[in-house]
Structures are given as C-alpha cells and as structure tokens.
Design a protein around this ligand. Structure first.
Ligand SMILES: [Zn+2]
Length: 87
C-alpha cells in the first residue's frame, strides 16, 4: 500500500516536468557560435594586461578601475576587461 502511493506521486512529478519542457523548447535550436575575447594591454609598459581591481564605481554608467599586472599602472574603464564578444 505504501509502495504504490509513492510510485503514483513520482509518476505525476515526471509528467508535469515533461510538459513544461515541451512548451519551453518548442522552436528552440542549439547552434555553435564563435566567441572572441577583448583584452586591454597596458598603455604605459605595453607588456602587462589591465585587470580589474575588484572595485566597481557605482556611477551611471558604472566604472571599473583596472591595474596593470606588470607595472601597476591604474586606469578606470567603462567596461571590465577581458570581456567576450560573439559573432
Ligand atoms: Zn603596465
């Protein structure tokens, strides 16, 4: 008695999630996209890469302080490097 009631509730859960899957993926397609990474070289030593310090200035739009890995030069950008673009 206990066993059959467990089976029933399990079956209900599965059919519900299958229905949701069907609705959400009706016309969905999976395709590959090429991605590229945009990175910012240090303008001073031209040897290191500018990396976010972890601090975000909550201006509008927000700004991202960066620091060169090699020479320590600091600059503020409106984007966070490196970032990824798709084609
Ligand atoms: Zn540098």
């Amino acid at each position: 008695m206990e066993r059959s009631s467990r089976k029933n509730s399990y079956g209900k859960t599965i059919s519900k999630s299958l229905l949701i899957f069907k609705i959400n993926n009706n016309m969905s397609e999976v395709r590959e996209v090429k991605v590229k990474q945009v990175d910012e070289k240090c303008p001073v030593c031209q040897n290191g890469w500018m990396r976010p310090t972890g601090i975000v200035l909550t201006s509008n739009p927000p700004q991202f302080p960066h620091k060169c890995q090699k020479c320590g030069y600091e600059q503020i950008y409106s984007v966070r490097y490196p970032y990824v673009i798709t084609e």
